[in-house]
Design a protein around this ligand. Structure first.
Ligand SMILES: O=P(O)(O)OC[C@H]1O[C@](O)(COP(=O)(O)O)[C@@H](O)[C@@H]1O
Length: 324
């Protein structure tokens, strides 16, 4: 699926996005493996906010660290950029440290992540769970459907790939709530790759044959779902998501951010629509990106990816940063 180029998302911003995720990743990396999730997250948030405020834009955080009363920085609705009120109006979805526990325990696949789109381009997903299913590019449109059972989805994907269900690898977050899903997938012979955290990387992994992951399934954060969709818009693939609510408070939160149909099955193009840019920098090593490394005493190396939906361009960026 392609998108018409936005008149607002300046080409310059494509590369500037990397500076922002690099800054967050470097700040978090200093606390990798220190067992302090909050400190690592706070460092990433602070660095990302500072870097965002240097960009020429009138930015609005639509997916961020939470609501204003619970998150002092990068809260939903916060204005960022150096040209508030005058610059191009841009919506921002961000997760300065996706996989806080991974970072705190030096596990794989923690990332600093950012997506931008024209105003209104990203679903203002509340901080609730989302049921998700994703596949990479190359499958017939509509092959995955949350209204179908896991067995039906896997059978369809396997048939389209020309293999048996036992040849399909499904990535699932390792959570007690997924016990029945995992059991069903194993009962039809699928390989289930369990991940401890980090489903943005899990969804994106379906687009990279090297990971061997064919399908992503299960529930995770709704904001992470929108971020993953921004990436899939750029590199191809399909995604379906449905918000999951545990109580009336969560339903009210969704309504507050303009979500009217609470049971809707969202398509990729509704979660991230139009032109968008996605950027990520690895904090720890993972299937998508290498993590931040210290090279000698005063140099940090980073690996990032930045991509744009309208052009389909994917840039892999290696950075060397001199630190004080
Ligand atoms: O841990 P839960 O409650 O199952 O939530 C799943 C979500 O948590 C994560 O694994 C990590 O999120 P954080 O970075 O906020 O810790 C996400 O990738 C995923 O969407």
């Amino acid at each position: 699926m392609t998108a018409a180029p936005s008149q607002v998302l300046d080409r310059v911003l494509v590369l500037e996005m990397v500076r922002v995720t690099e800054a967050a990743a470097i700040a978090a990396s200093v606390l990798t493996g220190r067992g302090d999730e909050k400190a690592a997250d706070a460092a990433a948030v602070d660095a990302m906010r500072t870097a965002l405020n240097e960009l020429y834009m009138d930015g609005t955080v639509v997916i961020g660290e939470g609501e204003r009363d619970e998150a002092p920085m990068l809260y939903i609705g916060e204005k960022v950029g150096s040209a508030i009120g005058t610059g191009p109006k841009i919506d921002i979805a961000l997760d300065p440290l996706e996989g806080t526990t991974i970072c705190a325990t030096a596990g794989p696949n923690s990332l600093a992540v950012l997506a931008i789109a024209d105003e209104g381009g990203l679903l203002n997903a509340p901080d609730v769970y989302m049921d998700k299913i994703a596949v990479g590019p190359g499958y017939p449109e509509g092959i995955i459907d949350l209204d179908k059972t896991p067995t039906e989805n896997i059978t369809a994907v396997a048939a389209a790939k020309g293999v048996a269900p036992r040849d399909i690898i499904v990535c699932v977050l390792d959570r007690p709530r997924h016990e029945a899903l995992i059991a069903e997938l194993r009962s039809i012979g699928c390989g289930v790759m369990l991940i401890g955290d980090g489903d943005v990387a899990g969804v994106i992994a379906t687009t990279n044959p090297d990971t061997t992951i064919d399908v992503y399934m299960g529930s995770g954060g709704a904001p992470e779902g929108v971020l993953a969709c921004a990436a899939l818009r750029c590199v191809g693939g399909q995604f379906k998501g449905r918000l999951l609510f545990r109580n009336d408070d969560e339903r009210a939160r969704a309504a507050k951010w303009g979500v009217t149909d609470l049971d809707k099955q969202y398509d990729l193009s509704e979660l991230a629509k139009g032109d968008c840019i996605f950027a990520a920098t690895g904090v720890t090593d993972g299937s998508l990106l290498a993590g931040v490394k210290r090279k000698g005493g005063k140099i940090m190396t980073t690996e990032s990816v930045v991509m744009r939906a309208s052009s389909g361009t994917v840039r892999w960026v290696k950075g060397e940063h001199r630190i004080g």
